[in-house]
Design a protein. Structure first.
Lengths: 315, 315
């Protein structure tokens, strides 16, 4: 039983929590704003403050685990660059934090750690091979193969949202074209819906929302849940695209479970039904489906923190 | 040092070789015709005969490793079904062979074992993370992650040729659409070239080949090597498609090396140059490229046999 302080931070918030033993619920936690515009070293000071506010009186044997936005090098503890954190370019975060607390610090990207967290303590319990996909603003991923987190040569593996599924497709947030993120992420769903509404398609959303430019995936989800055919078709299209991509990933990884997390995944059956229908239709052999399960993530906002705890205890 | 008899069989040939110690060159080998049309149990008899013809006088401690066409279940030693072997449906091959020789028998699919062979004794030596792609009639794959062959929940992982890269794309040999195999395999390259020639494009091939229906990837390769612009463009297009797919796979696996095998890969720079140019252009962050190498397979026709030997010694 190694006590761990887990940190999960992104462009808007820094969260820290103290996990005294191998449990899922932290005994003390905090959430503060990142204030990313102040630059990396101001953010690191705020991370330090968040850690201090949850730290136990006795720090004997303590480890710190950090879930951060990628791309990052977990082996060297360096954040390479990240779109939502201006000025972060090759920042040696684990060394900075380790110097301040004089204890071992490990770091990995938030989607990979969410996969690890779900595997050990959430929807992935009991299997050795799983694919985790988080569908929110963007699409991130993490893979467990034969009971280990897939890291790759430099810890950059698992970017399952940045795989090309449509030739010459829409522009992705990363600058490439046709990635699944450019078709089925929250931002992309909203963009597609805006374009179709502006082209004159009928929807109750046209009555509810004054400025189409403010339309987001949550609005579409709400309209779909109320039975709006337009909103349902938007979500169905996203589900089909995700299902098709998952069929490819199943051929590559042959998982026993697929776990979907992130805000968009909370649409439930509206999204899961077209995903599963497409996935099963596009599988090349029924053996891939023999005990494959598609599940919702269970840890919600805590997945990154819990994954960081698992990762810190492993290393 | 465990003595191993390795077997590699497909729709046309059965090869068997005896590897007395951990070396790459077998001391005795044979190659006979599969005669697949005679059905599974006649083929199994022929496999038995091939094994006997290379077996040592003293079989003490011997293991048998089999490279077979997939999909197959390596954990249970069952060939599930395979397009080039009529009548093979859930055939328990390892049990059949084990009963005949009274020794441990393991089996895995030929592309996965070629990846394993190249990793231990070929172009993959020295790295822990690699992607192996074999481009011949079809496209197969195998992945080594953190020093282990990626198997997945039922040993079906690594089907990197059956991943969708074009929406509503050409029909693939597996029955699905838009897989990379349907665009860049030997059969697909020939199909695309035939369609373009029949549509009237100019090429020296139009003069050499009387019946376009007999055109194959080798003919196109020869014409390209002689400088035929049409043939070069066909191979360039295939290279670009493979490079784009590899960029996606690099985001998923973050390998330190990519190894290309199979007949089509022998086109060398004609294929490798467009692959590398597209791959590097479509990578989302330069960190993925920091020490990534693209290499030709080294073991040629022996990759499956050598991989089967490695696999048998591991299990």
């Amino acid at each position: 039983m190694i006590p761990v302080i887990a940190v999960d931070f992104g462009g808007t918030h820094i969260r820290a929590a103290f996990f005294p033993s191998e449990i899922v619920k932290p005994i003390r936690q905090t959430k503060i704003r990142t204030e990313a515009e102040e630059g990396p070293y101001a953010v690191i000071d705020r991370i330090e403050r968040a850690i201090k506010s949850v730290a136990p009186a006795d720090c004997e044997g303590l480890r710190i685990g950090i879930a951060a936005p990628g791309p990052l090098d977990p082996f060297q503890g360096i954040i390479l660059s990240t779109p939502n954190l201006p000025g972060w370019d090759h920042i040696p975060l684990t060394k900075e934090i380790s110097n301040r607390f004089n204890c071992p610090v490990v770091m990995n990207n938030d989607a990979n750690l969410a996969a690890l967290g779900e595997w050990k303590h959430g929807a992935g319990r009991g299997v050795d091979d799983l694919i985790y996909l988080t569908i929110s603003t963007g699409i991130g991923g993490g893979v467990i193969t034969q009971g280990r987190l897939l890291l790759g040569a430099h810890g950059l593996a698992g970017e399952l949202g940045h795989m090309r599924v449509v030739q010459d497709g829409p522009l992705c947030g990363c600058g490439q074209r046709g990635h699944i993120e450019s078709i089925a992420s929250g931002l992309s769903i909203a963009k597609i819906a805006r374009a179709r509404l502006q082209a004159g398609e009928a929807s109750v959303m046209g009555e509810i929302i004054e400025d189409f430019n403010e339309l987001n995936a949550e609005d579409i989800g709400k309209a779909a849940q109320k039975g709006d055919a337009f909103a349902i078709s938007i979500i169905e299209d996203a589900g089909k695209a995700i299902g098709s991509h998952l069929a490819s990933l199943v051929h590559a990884f042959n998982p026993a479970r697929i776990i979907l997390g992130g805000g968009v995944s909370q649409l439930g059956d509206l999204l899961f039904t077209p995903i599963w229908q497409t996935l099963t239709k596009e599988i090349i052999h029924p053996a891939y489906l023999q005990d494959l399960e598609l599940k919702s993530a269970e840890l919600g906002d805590h997945a990154g923190l819990i994954g960081a705890t698992v990762f810190a205890r492993q290393h």
